[in-house]
Design a protein around this ligand. Structure first.
Ligand SMILES: Cc1ncc(COP(=O)(O)O)c(C=O)c1O
Length: 444
């Protein structure tokens, strides 16, 4: 088999062997986009080019790449304790990390359950919600509510509650879930930060679901504080507060999926703090370990944990967990990541950079094809008008051209998403915006 040198030495058999996730495999393999190293704000491609990371890898490398502190912590942990059984035994770092995370979280979200990804965090939280109501003697409360355009990963609970129909369509029957409408409203186009209009009215659509299903049957509502994967869809002002009120009034648990919004993306540790709404369960992954080692965590309020602490003490109170829950190496990576966030005051840095980022993105308003621009903290989206009959193609072409010109972004449908590491410099924010502007002016 001939070697394809500019493909990082990969043979076509090797390219074929890897069935890539969420990727058009044939499209990719015809012209691979391969990274071979990364440092700070930049990736290096197989053909030796430097690419500015405008997307924190995949919403996860918040402190930038190649962080030596994390590498050292991981290396030391591997030598000291490579693995400890996750069930019936433990290791100290898991408890130390849990306490440290609890101290960062708002309110009494003080009990932390570890898993390995955002998808596992979503399904873990949904199972905790259902089991909680059983523990409280209300086993009929099983129904789950999600939101259109929501993304909660790819496991069966997550795709059911999630509102991205394409992720569910091909997998047969899912859980029977009701969905709130999304909050992408024409009256809020080109909002800067949280949109002004229709927050309470959109949240009150939950009352329709309560009327239909009966609150006595509903276990939980799960939403992202802002939808990331669907293209930074922000909650209009008052929306999350009203959801919280309705959930309180009807004894429904509120779950925030903070896999993207957690660990500083909004400028606060969690969006729950930024938007001042306390959920009952909060899911995280990605930025918890800077993307260096897979890790997820579900935060539960003390009352939820306490409800489980009954029955014979030697029986697991929650029949759930993963071989790699609180993996020592992932815990070490997370500890080092949290040190970096703290020492370099990276969440404060997001707050400082957010206005610069907002200005840069909204500077694209008059560029060709732009239909909407949304932003919060260091998350932003430029929504393009779809090309006739070719939905999603324009944004894809723009992102691929940006990659050729040395900027990594992401497309989702007709939206281009921007979410750089928090160590980004102002000039690099401007570089991203200028690259997009140049491309849009010549894009078909
Ligand atoms: C809000 C949200 N939840 C869950 C997930 C799934 O995370 P993972 O891919 O780690 O399973 C993602 C991934 O982008 C996400 O954005």
């Amino acid at each position: 088999m001939a070697e394809i040198d500019h493909f990082a030495g990969l043979t076509s058999a090797e390219l074929d062997a890897h069935w890539m996730p969420f990727t058009g495999n044939r499209h990719f393999k015809a012209e691979p986009r391969l990274f071979v190293s990364a440092e700070g704000m930049h990736y290096t491609t197989a053909d030796g080019r430097s690419v500015l990371d405008g997307f924190s890898g995949l919403w996860c490398s918040n402190a930038g790449h190649g962080r030596k502190e994390i590498a050292d912590a991981v290396a030391q942990q591997l030598v000291r304790l490579d693995y400890a059984p996750a069930f019936q035994f433990g290791h100290p770092l898991a408890f130390k990390l849990a306490k440290r995370l609890a101290d960062m979280a708002p309110g009494d979200l003080n009990r932390v359950f570890f898993c390995n990804s955002g998808s596992e965090a979503a399904d873990t939280a949904l199972k905790i919600a259902r089991a909680y109501w059983r523990a409280k003697g209300r086993p009929e409360k099983t129904r789950l509510v999600g939101r259109a355009q929501g993304y909660h990963g790819v496991n069966f609970g997550g795709i059911s509650v999630g509102g991205m129909v394409g992720n569910r369509r091909n997998f047969g029957p899912a859980l029977d879930v009701d969905h709130l409408p999304h909050t992408l409203l024409p009256e809020n186009r080109f909002s800067r930060g949280l949109p002004e209009h229709s927050g309470e009215a959109m949240a009150e659509r939950l009352l329709d679901i309560v009327n239909l299903q009966g609150a006595e049957n509903i276990a939980a509502v799960m939403v992202e504080p802002f939808a990331g994967s669907a293209g930074v869809i922000l909650p209009p002002k008052g929306y999350l507060q009203r959801l919280r009120e309705i959930c309180d009034r009807h004894d429904i648990l509120l779950i925030f999926d903070e896999v993207i919004t957690g660990f500083g993306r909004t400028g606060s540790a969690f969006a729950a703090q930024e938007f001042d709404v306390l959920p009952d369960l909060l899911t995280t992954a990605k930025g918890i370990s800077n993307g260096a080692v897979p890790l997820g965590a579900v935060f539960a309020r003390e009352g939820i944990y306490d409800a489980f602490m009954q029955g014979p003490e030697h029986i697991p109170e929650l029949a759930h967990g993963y071989t790699y829950s609180a993996h020592p190496v992932a815990c070490a990576a997370a500890m080092a990541t949290l040190d970096i966030y703290e020492n370099e005051k990276l969440f404060e840095r997001v707050k400082t950079l957010a206005p610069v980022f907002e200005e840069a993105l909204h500077g694209l308003r008059d560029a060709p094809h732009v239909a909407d621009i949304r932003n919060y903290g260091l998350a932003g989206a430029i929504q393009l008008q779809p090309r006739d009959g070719e939905s999603g193609r324009r944004a894809m072409e723009v992102v691929l051209e940006a990659y050729r010109r040395g900027v990594l972004l992401r497309w989702t449908g007709d939206t281009i998403a921007v979410a750089p590491p928090f160590i980004i410099e102002q000039a690099q924010i401007e570089q991203i915006a200028q690259t997009l502007k140049d491309i849009l002016h010549t894009a078909e």
